[in-house]
Design a protein. Sequence first.
Length: 166
Amino acid sequence: MESEAIRVIKTRRSVRKFKTDPIDEAIIRDVVDCGRLAATGRNDQPWEFVVVRDASMRGRIADLTECGKFIRVAPVCIAVMCRNTKYFLEDGSAAIQNMLVAAGAHSIGTCWVAGDKKPYAPQIAALLGAPEGIRLIGLIAMGYAAEPPQMPSKRSLEEVLHWERL
């Protein structure tokens, strides 16, 4: 029998069209809590999470991104930032993945918008008040889906699973 966690992982898809309905603060806190509990190299826990609900600020963030214009409509954007530790990118990415799954368990749609390697990352970090040494890892647009997300095809398990050697 498949657990709820496995079901959410297997069915979660990116949402880019959101309803404007607000998300209860308790759900947002639970999603971020799941992010803070992610695996982290050397237990560094380098993350900081900025929840942006203000429409004007979400609009400014959306304008800076290349592929995150829908952040303007999503009622919540969570910026995941990390101190510049040895494993900051891995740690921040693990936190983001946990939050995507947690949001899915609450029937909240999400889309991960790249941050770290994007030219706009320092601008968004500054916009959100990040001090020196804190980097934007990614943004999570979060809200109730306005329509069912597209289910893109995924490579089959047989295509990607290798035993002992590639």
